[in-house]
Design a protein around this ligand. Structure first.
Ligand SMILES: *Cc1c(COP(=O)(O)O)cnc(C)c1O
Length: 365
């Protein structure tokens, strides 16, 4: 039988997907760096190899893959709790902070509830909200590429269940100050969960963003979201966490897919927290490169907002964007293009950063 004979008649009814799923964008495989001369600057990963202690912990745990992991992730939650000065009961872990965010949205939202977030912000937000049958409410960024908290507060309705704040914001790099978030928290109803997504917090200059733990202690409707994927260099292992009021954290743990954080990921995350000093040295080097690049780009004539993440954001109209994307493609540099809005470039090792600077010089205004 040839594959043609397997084709079903065109009028045969197939099982249908939920409307929310049919409406989602198709998955576009991320462009991966293949050759040695490809610079992978599209995903804000760490360009460093995993911390030696994390790699050793994974190697040591590899022999136990026949066993399920600790579904409650007790040891990891206790280690995170000690790191932050909270209790393990206030910590929920998941497969990346995207996984934890899915637990948050599905744990909090009924069909038709509103989830408010800035736009542009993290691509995963609208997808997770729509998958849960909730309603994404996008509030445009302000003219300085930051969150417009007044407009976000004005977008609150009776149906608002969750508000997502991303600081520093992906993809623009702009943080939200402590004072502005505090004023915002005073103005929104205490029954709305305000998630502060701090995926890039390790890269932010001290004082540029919020003291989220202090806000959490003062406002129990705050939920802090963090990840081991970026500064800690464990993007491939999938582990992130939330800090929330004990009853909410307990709900997030119940919402999790069983065994979703592997034993390897749990061990690597613990080892990473144990050797945090090495992570901080790497972060310092990236911040130094970020400053060097920003200064050179400014000298070239580019107008950028100061980024507090491990990436730079170039606002670009349709035309400039396609010029830049073509040029980066030809140069073997993978960057992230956001249709009609701009281009995001991960700050990495000095040699690939130099290639970026050289390319952008040719396109400066
Ligand atoms: C990269 C990123 C995350 C982290 O994703 P993981 O699932 O932890 O790998 C979360 N939020 C934002 C804004 C990000 O850019």
């Amino acid at each position: 039988m040839t594959s043609d004979q397997l084709l079903i008649a065109p009028d045969t009814a197939l099982p249908t997907l939920r409307g929310a799923v049919a409406g989602l964008p198709s998955y576009v495989p991320g462009r991966r760096g293949a050759g040695a001369d490809i610079a992978a600057l599209a995903s804000n990963e760490s360009h460093y190899e995993p911390l030696p202690a994390a790699a050793a912990a994974v190697a040591a745990a590899a022999g136990t893959m026949n066993r399920y992991p600790d579904s409650a992730a007790v040891e990891l939650r206790e280690r995170i709790a000690r790191h932050l000065g909270v209790t393990a009961g206030e910590v929920a872990v998941g497969p990346g902070s995207v996984g934890v965010l899915q637990q948050i949205i599905t744990g909090m939202c009924d069909a038709g509830d509103d989830v408010i977030f800035a736009w542009r912000s993290f691509e995963a937000y609208p997808i997770l909200v729509e998958l849960a049958g909730a309603r994404p409410v996008r509030v445009p960024l302000d003219s300085a590429e930051g969150h417009d908290l007044d407009a976000m507060a004005a977008a609150v309705t009776d149906r608002t269940k969750v508000i997502l704040l991303c600081t520093p914001n992906n993809p623009t790099g702009v943080p939200i100050s402590h004072e502005r978030i505090e004023a915002f928290l005073q103005s929104v109803r205490p029954d709305i969960l305000v998630v502060i997504d701090e995926a890039y917090v390790e890269y932010a200059e001290a004082g540029s963003g919020p003291d989220s733990l202090a806000l959490y202690r003062q406002y129990p409707n705050v939920c802090i979201l963090r990840t081991f994927s970026k500064a800690y260099g464990l993007a491939g292992l999938r582990v992130g966490y939330a800090v929330a009021a004990p009853a909410i954290a307990e709900g997030l743990r119940r919402t999790a897919l069983p065994f979703s954080v592997s034993a390897l990921a749990q061990k690597a995350a613990i080892a990473s927290l144990d050797t945090e000093g090495e992570m901080e040295e790497r972060v310092a080097a990236v911040k130094q490169e970020r400053a060097r690049m920003a200064a050179q780009l400014e000298a070239q004539g580019w107008k950028l907002q100061a980024s507090q993440g491990n990436f730079l954001w170039i606002r670009a109209d349709e035309r400039l964007q396609s010029t830049l994307v073509d040029a980066f493609d030809r140069a073997g540099i993978l960057v992230r293009a956001y249709q009609g809005d701009g281009v995001r470039i991960t700050v990495a090792a000095p040699d690939s950063n130099d290639r970026v600077l050289q390319l952008l010089e040719a396109h400066a205004a």
